[in-house]
Design a protein around this ligand. Sequence first.
Ligand code: GLY
Length: 374
Amino acid sequence: MTQDPTKTVRVELGDRAYDILVGPGLIGRAGTLAAPLLRRKRVAIVTDSHVAAHHLDTLKASLDGAGIRHDSVILPPGEQTKCFAILESLMGDLLQMGLERGDMLIAFGGGVIGDLTGFAASILKRGIDFIQIPTTLLSQVDSSVGGKTGINTPQGKNLVGTFYQPRLVLADTDVLKTLPMREFLAGYAEVVKYGLIADRAFYDWLETHIDALKAGDQTARIEAIETSCRWKAKIVAQDEREGGVRALLNLGHTFGHALEAATGFSSDRLVHGESVSIGMVLAFDLSARLGLCPGQDALRMRRHLERAGLPTRLDQVAGGLPDAHELIELMGHDKKAVDGKLTFILGRGIGEAFITQDVSHADLMEVLSRQQAA
Ligand code: GLY
């Protein structure tokens, strides 16, 4: 008999603790896995049309098999879906279905569906339970875990939302087989992030397993996702509401945010994981420039991201970027700025990130201009 390769990671949050399951075939087991969490056998699935086309029938069959009644809301794919107008129509649909407080939502999709559905769950009837079934690598290793929910507004991304934890996360590695390589790599940037923040041994492992991961090796993929989720779970358990250590998860994001803003959040030009990749390289370059991190480590992480196939330089951003002054200006619009001061996550080396607000304008200018001149 072959062993079930599924791994479980626990997010230790007291009476709101939950499991993240990582492995193949989990969508097909969703009904059985959800059933013990339900007060009555009734759920609503929220998904997008891409995910629905590939995987909704499997999820529905699984719920049918467990005798769970279900309705679905199928939304348009893309970041534009995370808005007030769609939230409003989603809430209308869910209320129309007659969902009760003890019922459950299933967020079935990538980060957009997870964030929107989690937010809807947190406010519907003052809060109903939800399960995350993330269908991209990025959402499996980052956004489905830790309870950040929200929508975008004209003022910026994720400025309206809640902290609201799911009851269960099912990271089905089979869905990654239909994920375009660009999306896979965008998620991979977040995987590398955990190694860079806290786990040099994991980072070393990634360097030797990148080809297997890209080629679809199931054991390697499960290990990479499990380890990433373990780190995220550990950090979230220490600091659920980002008063401190959770900010480490923003490695590369202060720079990345400016790049996304400069490209009009256009996924044709730059997707989130790509901006994080370039941002992490800039963070390590800055750390090396400040004499905090060995230059070797900065070079090594850049080479690894390059070899993986991720962008690592500003000149790789399609359509070009504004100059360093303007990029710094855009960084100032990051919602994580405190008292107008920018927070940076820098490295003392691979596996040793730390939080600082002590970065001068001149050093930032130097690091950005050097890349732009290269
Ligand atoms: N994506 C960063 C966090 O969940 O805190």
